[in-house]
Ligand binder design. Structure first.
Ligand SMILES: Nc1nc2c(ncn2[C@@H]2O[C@H](COP(=O)(O)O[C@H]3[C@@H](O)[C@H](n4cnc5c(=O)[nH]c(N)nc54)O[C@@H]3COP(=O)(O)O)[C@@H](O)[C@H]2O)c(=O)[nH]1
Length: 573
């Protein structure tokens, strides 16, 4: 285009057939030719269609007629710098049509030179990119906004958090991140349907927007989780915390107002909120989100419908947990688990069996007791392989004992966690262990806790019956601490009730505990169940229990849990 020959400035020329102009009239993009002083010499038909200006209105004018006022003087000076130095410029620009409408266009300008290098003019081609921009902004909206509530989504929240941290570096003010979880939303969604659930989420979004200032951000993280980012709070941390708490409480209050969801049905929302404060770039966005999540977890743990702030102690607990979980993951493969055995005796004090109790011995560290790792193993699912290992070890032990007439009659109890029991193939796992080790199934006692009996009862009963049919025995552990009713108990094929040690501790001094224990023993008799008292530590407890009909005991009085090998050595002697 740089060798383009300019036409004379004439309105008629623009349609001359066969000329270069005719060719330029065929193309879809707008074309404008100017002289070196930017006076418009010629335009094509697409120019008129796009801008609304006809040839006679525009020839001799400058392109300034199209200016929208949206570009700054700096923008134009950079454009001219590029044209002067490189001879061309291209970019996005907002221009104004004759009817006043402002539109975006993609503009390419080339400088034209003659053979001696002198500037003969400029050629500008441009096209309307409104549709493109619209599509682009839709994509942007989808990428950064939640389609249901139109709130910023998780990505935009991260972006704004990063910006707020950067701005905080300059202002020294605090910001706060609130993660808001709608309590029991899943139940509502499952019972009333997703449309109603969506309706509630939209209403919540609306209320959140109204509860915060213009400079703050309300976002939807996904599902029933929302977030609010507060900016420009006080530079003093305590005042900032007070402001953040006030807003969190305001949000909980606003959300608690009834939402009419269906005909005659108003829903009352409660929310759990986790809050963390930030200032400048002290913490990364990931850290902030993690901290607010930890605080939220604490709010839920406190019974929900609560606000909790993140503090360092929470982080320490979490780090400890993470370290523990990482260690637990390898403990099985590294053979770090050990089994202890604790004797169980009858009313005459004769050994009738033992309970296997798990311990974790990380190398070079103190022995870890089950209460410190079983809950975590449960949560992470690691209890399944760990529990299987315990089961196999118990069967292997019973196999050894079966070969010795002095031990062949002893039973071995193992604890089975709810998660382990609920594995679809649990019955098969037990069956194959029994057959692999060829042991008498009635020597194996599986201890279950009451919590397992509260959910999916038919499934639990069916599994217990299947195992019972194989000959395996069941003991109901920690009895009295849960909710199992007498009528309920009859459905499950238990052989034994194990009285929780919390009732045994004060049995000789606390009439309530004593009454509970007597009732459990009587209940065991009525249901023809053995009753074993656990946690028997002294003669007074033992005497009371025997006097009131208890026939089996476990506790420090008869022997503390010791490593299985040591237990077996003691059996020898
Ligand atoms: N799912 C699995 N759970 C297991 C396994 N091994 C143990 N556990 C469960 O961990 C809980 C704590 O067990 P532990 O620290 O071993 O405590 C046991 C005994 O040491 C303790 N005990 C026994 N006698 C006394 C006593 O006289 N005084 C006293 N203060 N404590 C005593 O009681 C625990 C036995 O509890 P229980 O199983 O309820 O009979 C515990 O809940 C275990 O169930 C495992 O392999 N898998």
């Amino acid at each position: 285009m740089s060798n383009f020959e300019f036409p004379e400035a004439s309105a008629d020329d623009s349609v001359a057939p066969g000329s270069q102009h005719a060719i330029l009239n065929q193309i879809g993009a707008a074309v404008m030719l100017t002289d070196p002083a930017e006076r418009i010499l010629w335009i094509n038909e697409a120019f008129s269609r796009l801008t609304g200006y006809q040839t006679e209105e525009i020839i001799g004018r400058t392109p300034k007629i199209l200016a929208s006022g949206r570009q700054s003087p700096i923008f134009y000076s950079r454009m001219w710098q590029a044209l002067d130095s490189a001879g061309h410029w291209e970019g996005e620009i907002w221009n104004r049509r004759k009817n006043g409408e402002i539109y975006p266009e993609w503009l390419i300008i080339r400088r034209c030179n003659d053979a001696t290098g002198g500037i003969t003019g400029y050629v500008a081609t441009f096209s309307d990119i409104s549709k493109l921009k619209h599509a682009e902004s839709e994509v942007q909206h989808l990428a950064f906004y939640d389609p249901l509530t139109a709130l910023p989504n998780r990505r935009l929240l991260r972006d704004r958090l990063a910006q707020a941290c950067a701005a905080g570096k300059r202002s020294n003010g605090h910001g706060a991140l609130l993660i808001i979880d709608i309590d029991n939303f899943k139940i509502l969604n499952d019972t009333l349907g997703h449309d109603i659930g969506d309706h509630l989420l939209i209403e919540i979004a609306c209320r959140l927007r109204q509860s915060i200032r213009q400079c703050d951000t309300a976002a939807r993280q996904g599902g029933d989780e929302f977030a609010v980012m507060l900016e420009d709070l006080d530079p003093h941390p305590q005042s900032a915390a007070v402001s953040a708490e006030t807003i969190a409480e305001k949000i909980r209050e606003v959300l608690s107002h009834p939402v009419p969801l269906t005909e005659g049905h108003e829903h009352y929302c409660t929310a759990s909120i986790g809050v963390t404060l930030f200032r400048g770039g002290e913490k990364s966005v990931d850290t902030l989100l993690k901290q607010a999540d930890i605080a939220l977890y604490k709010a839920k743990e406190a019974g929900r419908n609560a606000t909790r702030f993140f503090d360092q102690a929470m982080q320490t607990t979490l780090d400890h947990r993470a370290g523990l979980e990482a260690g637990l993951r390898h403990a099985l493969a590294r053979e770090e688990f050990v089994l202890y055995a604790q004797p169980q005796v009858n009313a005459e004090g004769a050994l009738i069996g033992a309970e296997l109790l798990l311990r974790w011995q990380p190398p070079g560290q103190a022995l870890v007791l089950p209460n410190d790792f079983i809950p975590l193993a449960e949560e992470s699912g690691l209890i399944v392989p760990i529990g299987l290992w315990v089961l196999h070890s118990a069967c292997a032990t019973l196999r050894r004992w079966a070969a010795d007439p002095r031990r062949a009659g002893l039973a071995l109890a193992v604890n089975v966690s709810a998660r382990q029991f609920r594995q679809p193939d649990f019955v098969e796992q037990v069956a194959s262990a029994l057959s692999y080790f060829s042991i008498a199934p009635q020597r194996l006692k599986l201890e279950l806790t009451e919590s397992l009996l509260l959910d999916k009862v038919d499934e639990v009963v069916a599994k217990m019956r299947a195992l019972h049919a194989l000959g395996v025995c069941f003991s109901l552990d920690d009895f009295g601490t849960g909710y199992a009713s007498l009528a309920y108990l009859k459905r499950f094929p238990f052989e034994q009730l194990k009285i929780d040690r919390s009732f045994i501790r004060d049995i000789a001094s606390d009439p309530d505990d004593a009454a509970i224990v007597r009732a459990i023993v009587a209940m065991g008799d009525a249901l023809r169940l053995d009753v074993v008292a656990e946690g028997v530590e002294n003669d007074a407890q033992y005497a009371y229990l025997t006097e009131h009909g208890c026939r089996a005991f476990q506790g420090y009085l008869f022997g503390r849990p010791v490593p299985l090998a040591e237990f077996e050595t003691r059996l020898e002697s």
